[in-house]
Design a protein around this ligand. Structure first.
Ligand SMILES: NC(=O)c1ccc[n+]([C@@H]2O[C@H](COP(=O)([O-])OP(=O)(O)OC[C@H]3O[C@@H](n4cnc5c(N)ncnc54)[C@H](O)[C@@H]3O)[C@@H](O)[C@H]2O)c1
Ligand SMILES: O=C(O)C[C@H](O)C(=O)O
Length: 340
């Protein structure tokens, strides 16, 4: 792993020092002054593949950008607010746009309860991306992800620039949690516990494929672990007691996802697989057009979408429960753009 990272950094150095006209990676974070946005921007400042880190929010971005810009890594940091065409400057020439803009949950809320506020925020940011960076890759964090990715897709379709290979719903936190939770009950190092999590990103639509891990679980462990992975977000919302939801672990997860995407699209590294929520044919025959599963990332963004492989009867049951909810979440997002 270390050797691979060393090679990446060397390749990155060559990439940036090249005068061959290859443009370096500008990454824009929309919602950069928020609970996720700030630590995510901090982590991205360490990424050697980023030449410009462009921070946008409706408030406070100049301060966040000034602060982060003092860190002595190579990337340039820029900060924008809506005034003086801030969004245009934040997005122009972006390679990747990461979107954690929007409100988080409070105890007692579902992610779908955020729809009324976040749908229009995400729709408007997607419309700006269409205008100023139509070829960028978009990673959507704002909840409800099951609906916000379809919203972004519909906006791109409306303007005739839709490329499903470039649009991602970020579900990496589910995978990060699953790995950690398995390691906690088995007393192992989480780096050795890889869990594929498929479906969507809310409650029963989150389906961990624990039968595919290297571990054996009792039925009791399986049920408890599955429930904890599906409702891990609620643990944080409850503990934060009205002040928000997961921000730090999410920033970690989004930084990992962005790094994987950069390595695939900028360096052309092959074999990078991240579970992520994308336009997918896996369950389209059942009317579910977006689905998270293992996706091999490529220079084009989405490469091979891996099928689920062999799953247990319990997991089949979980998928059965996930599909109708996913279908309704997706439809809600699509109808929102059609009607607004
Ligand atoms: N996908 C996931 O796994 C995951 C995990 C955690 C949180 N989330 C979601 O991420 C979102 C953000 O969470 P947070 O804790 O950072 O919230 P937060 O309230 O701390 O930050 C959100 C930021 O978005 C900004 N914002 C609002 N409207 C904007 C606009 N039009 N343009 C640009 N910025 C805008 C706000 O000013 C704020 O700084 C929430 O919807 C939350 O549910 C998703
Ligand atoms: O739980 C939330 O609302 C935030 C996020 O989706 C999470 O999984 O932590």
């Amino acid at each position: 792993m270390f050797v691979l990272r060393r090679i990446n950094v060397d390749v990155a150095k060559r990439f940036f020092s090249s005068s061959a006209g290859v443009h370096a990676a500008k990454v824009s974070v929309l919602g950069a002054a928020g609970g996720i946005g700030q630590p995510l921007s901090l982590l991205l400042k360490k990424n050697e593949l980023i030449s410009e880190l462009s921070l946008y929010d409706i408030v406070n971005t100049p301060g966040v950008a000034a602060d982060i810009s003092h860190i002595n890594t190579n990337s340039k940091v820029t900060g924008f607010i809506p005034e003086n065409e801030g969004l245009k400057h934040a997005l122009s020439d972006s390679t990747i746009i990461v979107i954690p803009a929007g409100v988080p949950r409070k105890p007692g809320m579902t992610r779908d309860d955020l729809f009324n506020t976040n749908a229009s925020i995400v729709r408007d940011l997607a419309a700006a991306a269409v205008k100023y960076a139509p070829k960028a890759f978009l990673a959507i964090i704002s909840n409800p992800v099951n609906s916000t990715l379809p919203i972004v897709s519909e906006v791109f379709k409306k303007h005739g620039v839709y490329d499903p290979k470039r649009l991602f719903g970020v579900t990496t936190l589910d995978v990060v949690r699953a790995s950690r939770f398995v390691s906690e009950i088995k007393g192992t190092n989480p780096k050795d516990e890889n869990v594929t999590v498929v479906g969507g990103h809310s409650g029963v639509t989150i389906v961990p494929l624990l039968s595919q891990t290297r571990q054996k679980f009792t039925e009791e462990e399986l049920k408890a672990l599955t429930h904890r992975i599906q409702f891990g977000g609620d643990e944080v919302v409850k503990a934060k007691a009205g002040t928000g939801s997961a921000t730090l672990s999410m920033a970690f997860a989004a930084a990992r996802f962005t790094d994987s995407l950069l390595r695939a699209i900028v360096l052309g590294e092959s074999g990078i697989i991240e579970p992520t929520y994308v336009k997918s044919d896996l369950f389209s025959s059942e009317g579910v057009d977006y689905f998270a599963s293992n996706v091999e990332l490529s220079r084009e963004g989405v490469g091979k979408i891996h099928p689920l492989g062999s799953i247990s009867p319990y997991e089949e049951q979980l998928i059965g429960a996930a599909l109708p909810e996913l279908k309704s979440n997706i439809r809600k997002g699509e109808e929102f753009v059609a009607n607004n």
